[in-house]
Design a protein around this ligand. Structure first.
Ligand SMILES: Nc1nc2c(ncn2[C@@H]2O[C@H](COP(=O)(O)OP(=O)(O)OP(=O)(O)O)[C@@H](O)[C@H]2O)c(=O)[nH]1
Ligand SMILES: [Mg+2]
Length: 446
C-alpha cells in the first residue's frame, strides 16, 4: 500500500458549491505546509480557529479559517490542519494545489480514516462505521452506524475477547505444567465458561440479522392481479408518480423499483405486472418477472381490490404467498367501507390506511426501529462472529466428548481460532488486502 508517514491533503466536503468547503491536511508537515499557505507570522495555536488570508505563491486565494489539531489528539492521530474556505471547487482546488506544491500528496479514498485506524484512534469496526454513517439513507441507519462508531460493537467484542483470553491462559497453564497432574480448569468449569461465551455470540448473531437489514435494506414486492392498484400504492409509498397508472388492466409490465423509507427501514419496493394468465407475449414475460420478484423478496405486499369480492385469481395469489412474510391489503377502500376477508383496508387514492400499512410492513420484517439498536450491522462482522461461534461450539463439544480426560490442546486450538475471528473484526489481525478493500469504499477526503 501507499506510504503512511508522509503528509496528505484532500477536499473533505462533497463536490459542488456551498457556503463553506473544507480542505484537510494530515501528516508531519501539515503545519509547515499550512504556514506557507497563509499570510501571518504567529504560529497556529492548537485547536483554535484562526482567520487567515490564503495565498498560493504571490497569488491571493481566499479568506479562510484554519484550525490546527496537533498529534495525537486529532482525527487521524497525526498533525491535522483543517482549512474552511468558501465552498467553490475552484478555490478548494487551488488550496489543494498549493498544499501539493508545498510538499503534500493527494490523499487516497479513505486515507484519513485509514491513518486514524493505523494510529489506533479507531478500530477497524469503527472505521467501517464512518463509511456507513456517511452512506446512511435512513435515520435508523445513521443511528446504527453512529453507535458502532461510538464503540458499542467494539466493547461487546472486547468483553468476549477478554473472557476468551482468560480461558486460554488457564488452559495453557494446564498444558505447560502437565506433570503437576493438576488442571487449572476442570471440565465442568470449562463447559460453563464456554456456555457463557456462546450466549454472547448467540445474542450478537441475533442482533446481526436485524442489524444487517438496517444497513443493507429489504426488498418488498407488490403483487396482485391486474388493476387492483399496485402501481398506485407503489407511487403512494414512494411519494412520487414513478409507475404508470391507468384504468386498463395489464398496464405494468416491467419491474419498477424505488428505495423508500418505511418507518426508518431502507426498503426497495418492487412494482410488477398484475398476475394472471394471458395471451399477450409482453404481459406474460411481465407476469414471470413478477413471480420471480415475489420469490426473492424479503416480504410481499399482496394487493386485492377492496371495492369488490375476491375472485379465483386473488385466492390463487393468496395461496402462492402463504409461506412468505406478507401483508395483505384491500385497496380502494374509499369505494367501500368494509374490506373483504378482514384484510387491512387502504386507499392509494386518499392515503387512508397507509400509516398502518407501513407499521405492518415493518412488523412483518421483524425489525422494530424503536427497540434498542443492534450492535452489529455488517456482513463481514456477522460472518466473523459466526466463525467464532462455531469454533466455541466445537470446543464445547470436544470437552463434553472427551469427558474428564480432556485434551487441552484441541480445545485451545478452537479457542485460538475463535479469538482470531474476533480480532479480525477490530482489525487487530487484518491483512493488508482486507484493509485496502474496506478503505476503497470511502470517498476521497474521508
Ligand atoms: N377509487 C380508487 N381507485 C384506485 C385506487 N388505487 C388505484 N385506483 C385506480 O385503479 C386503476 C388501476 O390502478 P393501477 O395502480 O394502475 O393498478 P395496478 O394493480 O398497478 O394495475 P396493473 O399494472 O394493470 O396490474 C386506476 O384507474 C387507478 O386510478 C384507490 O385507492 N381508490
Ligand atoms: Mg401497475
Amino acid at each position: 500500500m501507499f506510504s503512511t508517514t508522509d503528509t496528505i491533503v484532500a477536499i473533505a466536503t462533497p463536490p459542488g458549491r456551498g457556503g463553506i468547503g473544507v480542505v484537510r491536511i494530515s501528516g508531519p508537515d501539515a503545519c509547515v505546509i499550512a504556514g506557507a499557505l497563509r499570510e501571518a507570522d504567529a504560529p497556529l495555536e492548537p485547536r483554535r480557529a484562526t482567520f487567515a488570508k490564503l495565498r498560493s505563491g504571490e497569488q491571493p486565494i481566499d479568506h479562510a479559517v484554519i484550525t490546527f489539531f496537533p498529534a495525537p489528539r486529532s482525527y487521524t492521530g497525526d498533525d491535522v490542519i483543517e482549512i474552511s474556505a468558501h465552498g467553490s471547487p475552484v478555490i478548494l482546488r487551488a488550496i489543494v494545489g498549493a498544499a501539493v506544491a508545498g510538499g503534500a500528496r493527494l490523499a487516497e479514498p479513505g486515507e484519513f480514516t485509514l491513518r486514524a485506524f493505523l494510529n489506533s484512534r479507531v478500530d477497524l469496526a469503527q472505521a467501517e462505521a464512518v463509511a456507513d454513517l456517511i452512506d446512511a439513507v435512513t435515520p435508523l441507519q445513521a443511528r446504527a452506524a453512529f453507535d458502532q462508531l461510538d464503540g458499542t460493537l467494539t466493547e461487546r467484542i472486547a468483553s468476549i475477547d477478554a473472557m476468551l483470553f482468560d480461558l486460554i491462559a488457564r488452559l495453557e497453564a494446564s498444558v505447560d505444567f502437565p506433570e503437576e497432574g493438576y488442571h487449572f480448569i476442570e471440565s465442568r468449569e470449562l463447559v460453563d465458561a464456554l456456555d457463557g461465551l456462546l450466549a454472547h455470540t448467540t445474542s450478537l448473531l441475533a442482533d446481526g440479522r436485524r442489524g444487517r437489514v438496517i444497513r443493507e435494506g429489504f426488498q418488498i414486492a407488490i403483487v396482485g392481479k391486474p388493476n387492483v392498484g399496485k402501481s398506485s400504492l407503489f407511487n403512494a409509498l414512494a411519494g412520487a408518480p414513478r409507475a404508470i397508472v391507468t384504468p386498463t388492466p395489464g398496464t405494468t409490465r416491467d419491474l419498477i423499483t424505488e428505495i423508500v423509507d418505511v418507518n426508518g427501514l431502507r426498503v426497495t419496493l418492487v412494482d410488477s405486472a398484475g398476475i394472471r394468465t394471458t395471451d399477450d407475449d409482453v404481459e406474460s414475460v411481465g407476469v414471470d418477472l413478477a413471480r420471480r420478484a415475489m420469490r426473492i423478496a424479503d416480504a410481499v405486499l399482496v394487493v386485492v381490490d377492496g371495492s369488490g369480492a375476491l375472485d379465483d385469481t386473488d385466492v390463487e395469489i393468496l395461496r402462492e404467498t402463504t409461506a412468505c412474510r406478507r401483508v395483505v391489503v384491500a385497496n380502494k377502500c374509499d369505494l367501500r367501507l368494509e374490506a373483504p376477508g378482514g384484510f387491512l383496508a387502504v386507499s392509494a387514492r386518499t392515503g387512508a390506511g397507509l400509516a398502518q400499512l407501513r407499521d405492518e410492513l415493518a412488523a412483518v420484517l421483524d425489525v422494530d426501529p424503536t427497540r434498542d439498536q443492534p450492535a452489529i450491522t455488517n456482513l463481514r462482522h456477522v460472518t466473523l462472529v459466526e466463525h467464532a461461534h462455531d469454533a466455541l461450539s466445537r470446543a464445547r463439544a470436544g470437552v463434553l466428548e472427551r469427558g474428564p480426560a480432556l485434551s487441552e490442546e484441541f480445545v485451545l486450538a478452537d479457542l485460538q481460532s475463535a479469538r482470531a475471528a474476533l480480532e479480525e473484526i477490530s482489525g487487530r489481525r487484518a491483512a493488508d488486502d482486507l484493509l485496502a478493500h474496506i478503505f476503497a469504499r470511502f470517498c476521497v477526503g474521508k
